[in-house]
Write a protein that binds this ligand. Sequence first.
Ligand SMILES: [Zn+2]
Length: 403
Amino acid sequence: MPAMKLLTDIIKKSVAVGVVILMEIATPLWAFAENNNSLLTTNNPDYYAELRIKDNTLYAKGKYTGAESFAGGLFNSEKDLEFNSDTGEFSFEIDLNQVDEKYGGYEYVYFRVNNGYMRYLMRMDDEGNWCFPDNGAAEKNRAVIENPVNTPSKLWAAYVCSHYDPEHTRAVLEKVKNLSDEICQGASDDYEKILRICRWVSDNLYYDHDARDISVTAETVCLEHVLETRHTVCGGYANMFNALCQAQGLSTMNVRGATATDGITFDELTNAGINHEWSAVRLDDRIVIVDAGWNSLNDYKNGEEIYRGCFEFYTDITIEALSMDHCGYSAEIREFFKAEEYFKTDEYITSVSQSTAQESNPGNETPVNDDTNTTDNTGFVIILLVLLVPLVILMLIFIKKRR
Ligand SMILES: [Zn+2]
């Protein structure tokens, strides 16, 4: 019977697909990935380290321009290291056979430049050789920035001025443009503009612990608030960096994903919840990755600004180095300078006429919905119905048969 055969084929195939999906979930991806014995930390020729492991010896060399003090080595046993204080150049080597067993086959190469530090993970493989492990995040990070998604104009408007004021929006964008021109004045090319903008954002913004502890709203990360207070969280750092780049005609992405913080481990990075946002900007034929928030050492806590400046470990960081503590899940295109398009949409025009009607009736005051996190539930309802209707029919058949 061909119909019967077709049915069994479909069942067999669905079972096979199910098994594959289960395997994907159950097996850590890094088990299949190839570990590396070298690591370039950034693509910035003035601020990088080149690490190589051979015969269980780590060879490090590189350059940290602007370094006034430099320390490094293995985590927890780092020491002040020789470096050229004029150029920031350094080189050193470490025998990895001396690594303390108590860390269970994990160790970090550690760098301290001025008052910021950075570490890169090493792991001992099954044969007892040290390497830079691959957890699968590099592949995912690459795929995400190569396939960015566009976002609606309402979101662009919200990220400029969280309460959708056309006048404010225009004024904020003008301020961003002027600030960007000021930062980039005299820059010789787009790469220098990116470096300068990143430095400005990391150095001038303060991480808002108060907002993070209480509640992060659309306002916390919108350009208007960030320009005015200089206090924000990761999304605001990314928005500010991206908007300043867009003011110079560059295209940018807000990458959203997981970082190895909040209890998320290196091995869980590709399969965790979104807890962070950073930036990616197109430069000719490549994509420059920047985390201006993690470069920043400034804090805003209990209503007080604590200035510590910034480093540049996350400026033009390589995918391999980024993937040690960041895994992107989506890359959003936000066209800040086209935010005013939202004010021409029917949605906005209707919302304004509604709120004007409410204003003329003081007894019925409802605030305009500002929350960008509010999502349209129609899709969910449709899915629910599609799932529920056959279930109810099946149940009815079942009940009928039992009778
Ligand atoms: Zn506003």
